[in-house]
Design a protein around this ligand. Structure first.
Ligand SMILES: *Cc1c(COP(=O)(O)O)cnc(C)c1O
Length: 439
């Protein structure tokens, strides 16, 4: 593609194509990507950027992994899609089998969704149908955590931080209940007071609550908060005591982002329903899954209606299922937990000194997620300059300069990412931001 076409394409894009969380009037700059391979994205002018964000935390094995590309190609030659009402197929059956084997014992009833947000909607609807089937129809609300994020569709939004990015849509959302953001950090000393807000909300509204939903250990898109595993143990006990379902949203943290396969493994507790997405297909095709316990599935299936009432058009898309099976093969073939521990210790060692910088409020690292919390983000021009100078793609949001690189990143890659983050953290604070509070 020559330079003139690039300019014309970008001009058309600026006026006609909406990007996530962007205005069409003076939109933030976008780069024209033409290829992606391994940990890098290649631009139209041939420059390459390390994808320190794993394209929103999906590209766990790197981009265009040959095994995944081949799996998608081979499935495409046979059957790209067939409706899932009235049909089933090998890729869906095989993927459900694999997921059941990887999730905690008892979680083996799989609903395939086409995105993470939809899998959250599905989990919430399961909780409501479950309580109805138990003869408790008034239990139709959920409890979520402040500082959480569960997606952009309306039910998922209504379960995300009530003071965050979704405040604009308050009037079209159902009100759910919120407990304070967990504040005892991962690795800190547990303080029972951290659970008091959740205890209070559940005790006050227990007759209206179908389920509690949270991102286990790692509140990602909203708060970049790593919290204490004891919180989840307390939560499991409370939900059991009250007959309330527990939903873990593992879309961001699952599949080794924080080290072990599931973030919940840090706490050694399992939910009744969990959601998986993002890295499931290694970031190659959109797919998510809601996985329920036998008890939840059987209760719903003996209720009225006995059908679980959800069914997306592209449910269990075979291309996506084939990619996910190949992705799980890759996870099984190497020691990702060890790789993530290596990335974690390198980030810890290289980023810790940044805590002394004047514009840095804190530094925290868990697994392959590294966060430098700025007092205020640097100016847009500084961010662009650092990305170009280092050849490292970073996408800071709120006050967070963060990296969640592909889990296969080697030491040189992690070093370059850390250097770019350090450069950015040393920049002066920029002007206050306007609405750009998403990842
Ligand atoms: C990204 C994310 C979602 C939403 O997934 P989409 O595929 O963007 O709809 C839900 N929950 C968590 C924890 C996420 O990080």
């Amino acid at each position: 593609m020559n330079g003139r076409n690039v300019e014309a394409d970008l001009a058309f894009d600026r006026t006609h194509v909406w990007h996530p969380y962007a205005s069409l009037n003076d939109p933030p700059p976008v780069r024209l990507a033409r290829a992606a391979k391994g940990v890098e994205i290649e631009l139209a002018d041939g420059r390459r950027l390390i994808d320190a964000v794993s394209s929103w935390w999906c590209a766990a094995h790197g981009h265009n992994h040959p095994v995944l590309v081949e799996a998608i190609r081979r499935q495409g030659e046979k059957m790209c899609h067939v409706m899932f009402g009235g049909f089933t197929h090998g890729p869906a059956i095989e993927l459900a089998r694999r997921l059941s084997a990887l999730t905690p014992p008892g979680l083996d009833r799989v609903f395939f969704a086409d995105s993470g947000s939809i899998s959250v909607e599905v989990a919430a609807k399961m909780a409501v149908q479950y309580q109805r089937a138990k003869g408790r129809p008034r239990r139709a609300k959920l409890v979520a955590l402040k500082g959480g994020y569960h997606g952009d569709t309306s039910l998922a939004m209504a379960l995300s931080d009530p003071d965050g990015m979704h405040v604009l849509f308050r009037d079209i959302m159902t009100r759910h209940f919120f407990a304070e953001k967990p504040s005892v950090p991962f690795g800190g000393e547990w303080d029972a007071a951290d659970f008091a807000s959740m205890l209070h909300v559940v005790e006050e509204h227990e007759d209206e609550i179908a389920a509690v939903i949270c991102e286990p250990i790692f509140q990602a898109a909203n708060a970049m908060n790593f919290y204490h595993p004891q919180y989840l143990r307390e939560l499991r006990r409370l939900c059991d005591e009250k007959g309330i379902l527990l939903i873990f949203d593992e879309i961001a943290a699952g599949l080794h982002r924080t080290g072990p396969r599931w973030a919940q493994d840090h706490a050694g507790v399992a939910p009744d329903v969990m959601t998986v997405g993002k890295a499931l297909t290694g970031g190659h095709v959109t797919l998510a899954a809601t996985i329920a316990s036998g008890e939840v599935a059987e209760t719903i299936s003996h209720g009225t209606p006995s059908a679980f009432m959800h069914g997306p058009t592209y449910m269990a898309n075979p291309l996506a299922c084939a990619a996910a099976i190949a992705s799980l093969d890759l996870f099984a073939a190497a020691d990702y937990a060890a790789n993530v521990r290596r990335i974690e210790s390198q980030f810890k060692a290289t980023l810790a000194p940044l805590a002394a910088l004047p514009n840095v409020a804190g530094v925290r690292v868990l697994g392959a997620a590294a966060v430098v919390e700025a007092r205020r983000l640097p100016a847009r021009a500084d961010i662009e300059r650092v990305i170009d100078a280092h050849g490292v793609w970073l996408r800071p949001f709120c006050n967070f300069i963060y990296a969640m690189p592909p889990l296969v990143s080697d030491a040189a890659t992690v070093g370059r990412i850390a250097a770019a983050m350090a450069d950015l953290a040393a920049c002066p604070p920029g002007p206050p931001q306007d609405g750009d509070f998403h990842e």
